[in-house]
Design a protein around this ligand. Structure first.
Ligand SMILES: [Zn+2]
Length: 71
């Protein structure tokens, strides 16, 4: 996972997460995560509900990514 993300970094800046079911990348944003409270996978259409505890963790992770991109 870590090696993959390094390779991804050189291509394009993306914010999102990988689908827990099929592994496809689900593009999202911090704003989307907080407002929608759920994501759906574009590949397998799995619906992922985000409870507040988990979204807080995701938010912190995504915020670090976005801060890194801005620098
Ligand atoms: Zn999926």
């Amino acid at each position: 996972m870590v090696e993959d993300s390094k390779q991804e970094h050189s291509k394009e800046h993306k914010t999102g997460m990988n689908c827990p079911q099929c592994g496809a990348f689900i593009k999202t944003s911090i704003f989307e995560l907080f407002t929608s409270g759920a994501l759906s996978c574009p590949s397998c259409h799995l619906r992922i509900s985000i409870d507040r505890t988990e979204s807080k963790i995701a938010f912190n992770a995504l915020r670090k990514v976005q801060q890194a991109q801005q620098n």
